[in-house]
Ligand binder design. Sequence first.
Ligand SMILES: [Zn+2]
Length: 352
Amino acid sequence: MTVRERIHVVEDIRFQDHRSPAGHPERPERLRAVSRAIARDEGRIARIAPRMADPVEILRVHDRDHLAHVERAAARAPIHLDPDTYLSEASFAVASLAAGSTVEAARRVARGEARSALAAVRPPGHHAEADRAMGFCIFNNVAIAARALQQDEGLAKILILDWDVHHGNGTQHSFAADPSILYVSTHQFPHYPGTGNFAEVGTGKGEGATVNIPMPAGCGDSEYLGALQRILAPIACRFAPELILVSCGFDAHRDDPLASMEIGRNGYLAMTRLLRELAEELCGGRIVFVLEGGYAESGLIDGTTALLEAMLEETPPAPDRLIQAPSGSTLHMLVDRVAAAQSAHHPEIGTP
Ligand SMILES: [Zn+2]
């Protein structure tokens, strides 16, 4: 691995074989946009070969019935698993390829064979529950990778940051009672899927290992960066993860048709710089970005370009150089409300 290859990428033309019904926002063209952005940095990135997930890996997160149901249903494709989530003929294989490629990216980073990684996969995963597909998601790629890191690579503590504009209900529920996986989510609220309010902090031994930052519509670069600086960063420092997984949707972009947030390219650049800095400080730079949503091609291109730029910079400047210091009352309200909901678990919230 050379210094230039700070990030390894896994992508595959076969991800486009998950074919959507006409007019569906989760369509193959999304990944073509991501691939175009990746191609601009060809020569500065390294590649990871995609692979199918082993059923054993999927079954650490999903019920056997769900796995069997998806396989049987795909044989009768085209078919819908819920009003939003469809299967085409190749979808079972493609969903397995998305999960397996995410595991592979995470494993390479855990073993030090890659410093960081981007898994440009589809279908997305964070809405998929243990027992069912949901919200365009079939298997929960990030949750499956987190379990693989623990059970195959011996990692103990993993941080999942979910900055997709939607709440990752499936990921939250997979680890609600598990203190070894810290799930932090920024998302538009109220919005689909309806979960992710402040008071959802985890259950039993997992109380405090779920941190929700539900944000009102209209938040942009400064609110997002401020939330990461003032809520995520202090929690992450205390938790001390061994690797950071990012549920990396680009649907909080201002052009996205499915949500009402206002992040632009500079926002994603600053947010990625902050995550890179956190990963370098806390876990030897080990961070894996996994594509979730993002339904405007311009948003996917902006997000992917900014992410790669921030990960490939020789010496990243301070994350907030591009963004005006958050001044509005929205950020203060968010920090106060998360701090109140988490007061028994995270007294560090809000400290600079
Ligand atoms: Zn989303």
